[in-house]
Design a protein around this ligand. Structure first.
Ligand code: B12
Ligand code: SF4
Length: 498
C-alpha cells in the first residue's frame, strides 16, 4: 500500500530557535515499511501545503497519516484532512501522536468524517495493523484505535525500543533541521517516558509513567547512522540511570563517533549523576536544557516538580563548573503583574544561563487540565502553544503581552544581542561556510516572531474549531484511568519520584 505520513507546520517557537526532524513519524514510517508498505513523508515544517497537495497528486497514497503532537496544530490537520477527503474520497485518513491521543473523540467530531480513525499512543506496533484492517469492522476493536463508531482497548507499548530505528532518509531537506548553533541537527532517542509526575506535563500520562531504554548498542548504532554533526536527544529526562548513559557513551567511543549533543534533564538528576554528564561533556555534550520552571518553593510545589530552589541552584552551579551552555525555562502565569515580570527580568539578567519564558497552559492529558479552577479564556486550539495566554490574565490581555514580549526581548538580547553576536561571529561564519543559514537567520528574526500586536491579534481571529473544555472532577487528584493513554506495566521508579 502507498502511505503518506505528514507532520504539520511549525508553531511560533520553532520559527525562531529551532526546527527538529519528525522523529516519531520516522519511527512509525520504519514500522510501516517493515510491514511491506511504500512510505513517503512530508514535513510541513519545511514544505508548504501546496507541496503536500502536489505529493497527493503524484504519489496517490491509499492512506494518509497525520502526526499531531501539538494541540495548536489540530485545526490545520482537520482542514488538511477535509481537503484530502474531498479530493480523494477513497483515501484512508488517520491521525496519531501525543495530543491527538488525549482528544480522540472531539478530533473525530470536528472532522465530520474526514478522519477515519485516531490512533492513540505509540504508533510503531499499531500503525501497520491499522493499515491491514482498512475497510474491516475489526478496525475499531484494535488497541488504541478510536473511530466515530467505537474504540478499542488501551494501546500497546512497544516492547523493545531497538526495533524500528527511524527512517531518517524519508525526511527530505534535512539541512533545515537545527537548534541554535547546532545547525544542522538530527534527533535521536535513548529512552522513552518519564517516572516523575509534574502536574503541568503530559509526558508521563502519555506513557503511563513507564520508562524504557534502548540498548546501548542500538542507541550508538543509530547515532552512527546520523550524517549531521549535531544531535538533539529527545528523551524527556536524559541519563536518569547513569549506567545507561555510560554504556551508550562507551559504545559511541568504541565506534569513534564525534558529534555535538543537546539534551534535556532535571536538576536533581544532574546533581545525582554529575559524573555521567561530565563524561558526556568529553564526548561532545555542550548544551543542555534544565527544567527549572519556577524560582520559589511555592511554585515548584504547585507544579509537583519534586525539587527545591536549593537543588536548582546547585544544579546550575554544577552545569557551569562542567562548562555547559545551559538553557532554562520559567513558566509565566497569566496572573502575573508587572512586578512579577520585573523580578524575573532582574533574576534572568543576573545569571549566565539562557532563560526562556513560556506561558502556563493547561493541556488535555495533564493533571492541571482537570484541576485548574480558572475558566479558560479562549477555546481556540491554535493558542494552546505555551506562547499565548489561554487563562484569564490579571493585567489587560494586551498589557500581559507587553510585559511578556518585553521580558522575552530582554532575555533574547542577553544571548542574541550585539555582544553575543560578536562572540558568536566565528560560529555564524562556520555554519555559513557549511552552507547552513538557519542559525544566522535566527539572530535577526526575533521581532517578527515575538510581537505584541501579532500575539494580541491572534486572539481576535475567527475560531472554527473549539477545544472541548474539561469536565470538573470530584476528587482532588484525577485517577490514572482519567489521565493515562498507555496503561502501564510494572515499572522501575526512582525513589525520589515516588
Ligand atoms: C522533542 C520535543 C520537541 C521538539 C520537536 C520535535 C519535532 N519535530 O516534533 C521541539 C524542541 C521543537 C519541541 C517544541 C515544542 N514542544 Co515539544 N516535545 C518534545 C518531546 C520532549 C519529545 C517528542 C519526541 O520526539 N518524542 C519521541 C518520539 C519517538 O515520540 P512521538 O513524537 O511522540 O511519536 C510517537 C507517538 O506520538 C506516535 N505518533 C506520532 N505521530 C504519529 C502519527 C501517526 C499517524 C501515528 C499512528 C502515531 C504517531 O508514535 C510515535 C512513536 O511511538 C515531547 C514530550 C514527549 N515525551 O513526547 C514534547 C511535547 C510534545 N512538546 C510540547 C510542547 C508544549 C512544545 C512547544 C509548544 C513548546 C515547548 N515546550 O517548547 C514547542 C512547539 C513545537 C512546534 N510544533 O513547533 C508538549 C505538547 C503539549 C501539547 N499537548 O500540545 C510535550 C508533550 C511536552 C510536555 N511537557 O507536555 N518539542
Ligand atoms: S520531569 Fe519533565 S518530563 Fe517528567 S513529568 Fe516533569 S516536566 Fe514532564
Amino acid at each position: 500500500m502507498r502511505v503518506l505520513l505528514v507532520h504539520p507546520s511549525p508553531l511560533m517557537y520553532s520559527e525562531l530557535y529551532l526546527r527538529l526532524e519528525p522523529l516519531g513519524l520516522e519511527r512509525v514510517a520504519a514500522a510501516i515499511q517493515s510491514a511491506g508498505h511504500e512510505v513517503r513523508l512530508v514535513d510541513l515544517q519545511v514544505f508548504t501545503h501546496a507541496d503536500y497537495h502536489r505529493e497527493l497528486g503524484s504519489f496517490r497514497p491509499q492512506a494518509v497519516g497525520f502526526s499531531v503532537n501539538y494541540l495548536a496544530n489540530v485545526p490545520e490537520v482537520i482542514d488538511l484532512a477535509k481537503a484530502t477527503k474531498s479530493r480523494w474520497p477513497e483515501c484512508f485518513v488517520f491521525v496519531g501522536g501525543h495530543s491527538a491521543s488525549f482528544i480522540a473523540p472531539e478530533f473525530l467530531e470536528h472532522a465530520r468524517g474526514a478522519i477515519d480513525c485516531v490512533v492513540r499512543g505509540e504508533g510503531e506496533v499499531i500503525g501497520p495493523r491499522v493499515l491491514e484492517a482498512i475497510g474491516d469492522p475489526k478496525l475499531e476493536a484494535l488497541p488504541g484505535v478510536v473511530t466515530r463508531h467505537g474504540a478499542g482497548p488501551s494501546p500497546t507499548l512497544l516492547d523493545d525500543l531497538d526495533r524500528f530505528p527511524p527512517a531518517r532518509e524519508l525526511a527530505r531537506r534535512r539541512r533545515k533541521y537545527f537548534i541554535g548553533v547546532l545547525d544542522p541537527c538530527a534527533s535521536a532517542e535513548f529512552t522513552r517516558g518519564c517516572p516523575w509526575d509534574c502536574s503541568f506535563c503530559s509526558a508521563w500520562t502519555f506513557y503511563g509513567r513507564s520508562y524504557r531504554k534502548a540498548s546501548p548498542e542500538a542507541a550508538a548504532e543509530d547515532i552512527a547512522r546520523i550524517r549531521e554533526p549535531n544531535v538533539f536527544l529527545v528523551d524527556d529526562v536524559a541519563f536518569i540511570q547513569a549506567e545507561h548513559g555510560y554504556a551508550i557513551g562507551r559504545e559511541i567511543e568504541r565506534r569513534g563517533i564525534r558529534k555535538e549533543y543537546y539534551l534535556e534533564t532535571r536538576c536533581d538528576v544532574l546533581i545525582k549523576n554529575e559524573e555521567v554528564f561530565a563524561y558526556w561533556r568529553r564526548l561532545g555534550l555542550h548544551y543542555m536544557f534544565l527544567g527549572v520552571e519556577a524560582l520559589d518553593e511555592e511554585g515548584l510545589k504547585a507544579f509537583r516538580k519534586r525539587s527545591t530552589p536549593n537543588e536548582n541552584w546547585k544544579a546550575l552551579e554544577i552545569a557551569r563548573r562542567l562548562g555547559f551552555t545551559v538553557a532554562i525555562n520559567i513558566i509565566a502565569d497569566p496572573d502575573w503583574d508587572e512586578r512579577r515580570f520585573e523580578v524575573i527580568r532582574e533574576w534572568a539578567l543576573s545569571v549566565p544561563e539562557i532563560v526562556h519564558l513560556t506561558v502556563s497552559t493547561p493541556y488535555p492529558g495533564t493533571e492541571t487540565w482537570l484541576t485548574e479552577s480558572r475558566k479558560l479564556a479562549t477555546l481556540d486550539y491554535r493558542l494552546f502553544d505555551v506562547q499565548h495566554a489561554v487563562l484569564p490574565t490579571r493585567l489587560p490581555l494586551r498589557g500581559f503581552y507587553e510585559e511578556l514580549v518585553k521580558t522575552q526581548g530582554i532575555l533574547n538580547r542577553k544571548h542574541l544581542g550585539w555582544g553575543a553576536v560578536r562572540d558568536a561571529t566565528g560560529m555564524v561564519v562556520r555554519t555559513l561556510l557549511r552552507g547552513q543559514t538557519n542559525f544566522a537567520r535566527m539572530m535577526w528574526k526575533f521581532n517578527s516572531v515575538y510581537n505584541v500586536d501579532r500575539q494580541f491579534a491572534d486572539h481576535q481571529k475567527p475560531v472554527v474549531y473549539e477545544i472541548r473544555p474539561p469536565r470538573p472532577i470530584a476528587a482532588a487528584r484525577p485517577s490514572k484511568a482519567e489521565l493515562y493513554v498507555h496503561v502501564p506495566p510494572p515499572v522501575h521508579r526512582p525513589a525520589s519520584a515516588v
